[in-house]
Each structure stands twice: as C-alpha cells, then as structure tokens.
Design a protein around this ligand. Structure first.
Ligand code: IPD
Ligand code: CA
Ligand code: CA
Length: 271
C-alpha cells in the first residue's frame, strides 16, 4: 500500500469503529469545560496508528488523543480520529476522520472521511482534490453577499468566543447569505473546497483539525492562511480558508476581532 491508499484505508477503518460506537453508544468524558472525549476517539486513533505502523514502522504520528510524534519528523502522519466529538457525543451524525501525511514538513496528502454519509474527500499535492472520486473546486463568488460563511468555536467560553461572535456580526453586515457552525472543522474545510462555503474561519485549531482540510482547499483552488494572513504553523493557530477571491474581504474582519482579543487581558489559547 502506498501512503495515499493507506490514508484512505485507515480513515475508513476508523470510520467503521466510529459508526459502531455511534449506534451502540459510547461513554463520554470531559477533557475540560465542554471538551469531550469518548472511547470511540481512542479506539479509532489506535486502529489508525496500528495500520500506519504495520506498513511504515518508522513513520511518526501526531494524533489528537494518544500519539505525540515530533512535528519535525521526516515522515509524519497528522490524525484526528474523530473530528466533531461534541456532535458525536450528542448523537448528531456529523463528524469525520481526518488524516494527513507530511514529508519533511510539507503536506503531501489529506483524507477526510464522513462515515455517516459516505463522503470521501481526498487531496494529493499537485494533483487536485476529489469528492468521492470526482474533482472539486472552490466557489466562483467574488462578493460576501453571495456566500455562506462557516465558523467554529474552540472550547474557550471567554474573550475568544466573544471575538468570534463579533466577527460573525461583521460578516452579517456584509450581507452574507448566512453563518454555519456545524462542529467539524475538517468538514468545514471540505465545504470550502467544494464551494458550499465561500469562507470559513476559526480562532483556534490544532494541526489534526486542519492539516488534511487545508490541502483540500488549496488543491481545490482556494486559499488558507492564519487570521493575520500568514502561513499556518504546525501547532495551534487561527485559520481563515476561502475560495481565494474572498480572502481580501474576510481577512480584515477576522484580524480586527483577533486583535481586540489579543489586546484583552484574557490568558486564553494561542493569541
Ligand atoms: C473540534 C471541531 C470543531 C471546532 C473545534 C475543534 P474535536 O474538534 O473540529 O468544529 O470548532 O475547534 O476542536 O474536538 O471535535 O476533534
Ligand atoms: Ca478536531
Ligand atoms: Ca478529535
């Protein structure tokens, strides 16, 4: 199996585990205020790690739950075994497995698998992005008044949450069609890649949330930066993903409210 075939196989195997827990019920625990984890997250990550190490024993894995591979490893897999745990725990069937493979720090491929809908999103660097095998492209819109905007809230319930709400208000003042908060960052990025959203932003994501989805958006013709307009680092970061045309219009909005949060005295998260 090559890395791409392995990523797809591991995402599907993890998805089967998630589906089983979803139907049979999983025990939910709290990692922090409103930050949940279930047996399904752990079991799915274990299966992905087992499959990767069976094929490539030397490769490092950075996973949300149990695997803390070094981000400077030559071969690195970045894994969110269950993106959308809050949905999963509340029995909302909208969650995904997200797997990216990086060679020397550069993402080579990304796979996002929504097991409940059978939606497979894949991207390989330089070869475009696909949804269930068909090429996908970001939307053509050039005006905010033509699109939906996706967002998400990290587990902070303080200034970062307020900054997100304020940015949403500014988006509405641009007459967008609507805001969506579906609770699964990797699928939000897939929605930008397929043109369902014109833009998506969030004030804190981790590499496992965005690594695969970022490549989907870029290979589908869109643009992904942090909320200052710079490249994403391979650690906690703000994120703005757009169809490209809307980046210049969204950036001042997300940056303005990020700055108001930075200037606050809140200790929360990345800033
Ligand atoms: C979360 C989801 C959510 C986003 C959060 C993420 P998790 O991931 O992607 O949509 O708003 O910032 O942490 O915890 O369900 O894997
Ligand atoms: Ca996640
Ligand atoms: Ca997760």
């Amino acid at each position: 199996m090559n890395t791409f075939e392995l990523a797809v196989a591991a995402a599907k195997a993890a998805g089967t585990i998630l589906e089983r827990f979803f139907h049979e019920g999983a025990e939910v625990r709290s990692k922090g205020i409103s930050d949940l984890v279930t047996d399904a997250d752990i079991a799915a990550e274990r299966e992905i790690a087992r499959m990767i190490h069976a094929e490539f024993p030397q490769h490092a894995i950075l996973g949300e739950e149990e695997n803390s591979g070094r981000i400077d490893a030559e071969h690195l897999w970045v894994v969110d075994p269950l993106d959308g745990t809050t949905n999963f725990a509340h029995r909302l069937p909208h969650f995904a497995v997200s797997i990216a493979y990086l060679y020397r720090g550069q993402t080579q491929l990304g796979v996002v698998w929504n097991p409940m809908r059978g939606d497979l999103y894949t991207a390989q660097r330089g070869h475009g992005a696909l949804h269930n095998g068909k090429p996908i492209h970001v939307g053509p819109q050039t005006q905010m008044s033509e699109v939906l905007v996706g967002t998400g809230f990290y587990y902070d319930r303080g200034v970062m949450m307020e900054a997100t709400l304020a940015a949403i208000g500014d988006c509405f003042r641009q007459n967008i069609h609507g805001i969506r908060r579906f609770g699964t960052a990797s699928l939000d990025l897939a929605h930008v890649a397929t043109g369902l959203y014109g833009a998506y932003f969030e004030y804190q994501l981790s590499p496992w949330d965005y690594a695969a989805g970022q490549l989907l958006v870029e290979e589908a013709g869109g643009r992904v930066t942090n909320c200052d307009g710079g490249p994403l680092p391979l650690h906690k970061t703000t994120i703005l993903a757009t169809n490209g045309s809307l980046h210049a219009q969204m950036l001042p909005i997300v940056q303005r409210h990020l700055n108001s949060w930075r200037n606050s005295t809140s200790p929360a998260a990345v800033k």
